[in-house]
Design a protein around this ligand. Structure first.
Ligand code: NAD
Ligand code: MG
Length: 418
């Protein structure tokens, strides 16, 4: 243990300016003796990345958008921080994630854009803290094979998967993706979900919900895309697929349980009848701190759970009529990689259209279903196949959107709500 305590982790944080990135830096800030922030990335948030440069003094940053990178470079010069190397373009993300001078990568870019830099970190044998669930959904077995081949250490950040990881025996923790849970006495993975902001809404009410309502999660504060995914429960669907790959189980071995309080973050059921759960206040700094310091434990800044002022725990079965996207994702998981890659790409386009008020909340499912049905039997066995299918599905889905009423529907939605 004393050896582990002396390790200073050299970090690359992909998606540093997002919700997970900010929470990661909040944990890091509390332990300057344990972590060196070597590199950071953002898409185009100049002000946030500049503030992070001033505080954490990284060696290199990537600003994917070229004009924003130029702007950041000038601002760094003005602050006498011209020695910070500023790279731009999506390819630069792979440069920092596989760099020899770092040992740990926080993969916190949103969407399939996170796949290539996360895979580069895996191939370079890094310790990969995986928040970017879309990478695993999009590439499944290919991603896990890469983990196995390189000996990279994969630690889940998604609160449910991190909870499951914490409830597993050490042997299974050391081999995520290729552990044999049955041989370790496990009978089921119980994946919990709150049901999001519309759990108590009727199916009819969902027709007129707004972007603002969809993004107001009752328990978690997250980025916009995952907030909408939580409202449709596509997030739980993506997590279902993520769990299949991370824990090497079949869809029949995973059960989704609605737990509105988000206090139990997921559970593992053993053959002898024991159920081990991981609990805590809903704050991503807990799984982030766990993964950053594993196998040690460090302070995360999260308040301890107060059992005497915690609402009672409720559990419910999922209503798939209300959450058809979850059913679609579970079916995709059973149907194979083509369906999962297509599901993810279609959903990214559909959610973006909803966030831009081009389609209704309930259209997200219709678009996802049509796109998945079109590409369900595609063969996906290499990263080139993944990228090729991802592109074709995006194009198909964008064309599909033109059949919807693409004028700004926010006025209609607002009228419906008054
Ligand atoms: P966010 O939208 O708050 O942040 C996304 C980050 O990715 C930002 O730094 C942004 O600059 C960067 N980014 C966006 N598009 C990019 C692109 N095309 N290329 C490169 N960088 C890009 O998202 P978030 O909520 O922090 O989620 C990040 C990931 O973590 C997602 O995959 C999400 O599913 C997962 N996750 C998030 C939470 C949470 O509580 N927020 C919980 C579990 C899992
Ligand atoms: Mg989650």
């Amino acid at each position: 243990m004393s050896e582990i305590k002396n390790v200073v982790r050299r970090l690359c944080i992909l998606g540093a300016t997002g919700s997970i990135g900010l929470s990661t830096l909040d944990v890091v800030r509390r332990h300057p003796e344990r972590f060196d922030v070597v590199s950071l990335s953002a898409h185009s948030s100049v002000d946030t990345l500049l503030a992070q440069c001033i505080e954490f003094l990284p060696e290199t940053v990537v600003m994917v958008s070229k004009p924003h990178a130029k702007e950041l470079k000038q601002l760094l010069l003005d602050k006498d921080l011209g020695h910070i190397n500023v790279l731009s373009g999506a390819e630069a993300l792979e440069v920092i994630s596989q760099d020899k001078s770092i040992d740990t990568v926080m993969a916190a870019i949103v969407g399939a854009s996170g796949l290539m830099p996360t895979l580069a970190a895996v191939n370079a044998g890094k310790r990969v803290l995986l928040a970017n669930k879309e990478a695993l959904v999009t590439s499944g077995a290919i991603f896990i094979e890469a983990v196995k081949a390189s000996g990279a250490q994969l630690i889940p950040i998604d609160s449910e998967h991190n909870a499951i990881f914490q409830c597993l025996p050490i042997e299974a923790q050391n081999t995520p993706g290729y552990c044999n849970l049955s041989e370790n006495g496990i009978s089921k993975i119980l994946l919990t979900g709150s049901g999001g902001p519309f759990r108590t809404f009727s199916v009819e009410d969902l027709e007129s919900v707004t972007v603002e309502q969809a993004c107001a999660h009752p328990n978690w504060d997250m980025g916009q895309k995952i907030s909408v995914d939580s409202a449709t429960m596509m997030n739980k669907g993506l997590e279902f697929i993520e769990a299949k790959w991370l824990f090497n189980v079949e869809p029949e071995d995973i059960q989704v349980v609605l737990h509105p309080q988000s206090t139990i973050h997921s559970m593992v059921q053993y053959k002898d009848g024991s159920v081990i759960a991981q609990m805590g206040n809903p704050d991503m700094r807990t799984p982030i701190a766990h993964a950053l310091s594993f196998p040690e434990r460090i302070d995360s800044g999260v308040e301890p759970l107060d059992f005497f002022n915690t609402p009672s725990f409720e559990f419910q079965a999922v209503d798939y009529v209300k959450y058809p996207n979850l059913k679609l994702a579970i079916e995709a998981c059973k149907n194979g990689q083509g369906a999962c890659t297509a599901l993810n790409a279609a959903n990214e386009i559909a959610v973006d259209a909803f966030l831009n008020k081009k389609i209704k909340f309930t259209d997200i499912y219709k678009i996802n279903e049509t796109s998945v049905n079109k590409f369900v039997s595609e063969d996906v066995t290499s990263i080139d196949d993944v990228m090729n299918l991802d592109n074709r599905v995006r194009e198909f889905t964008r064309n599909l959107l033109t059949q919807y009423d693409t004028q700004d529907i926010s006025d209609n939605m607002n009228r419906d709500n008054h």
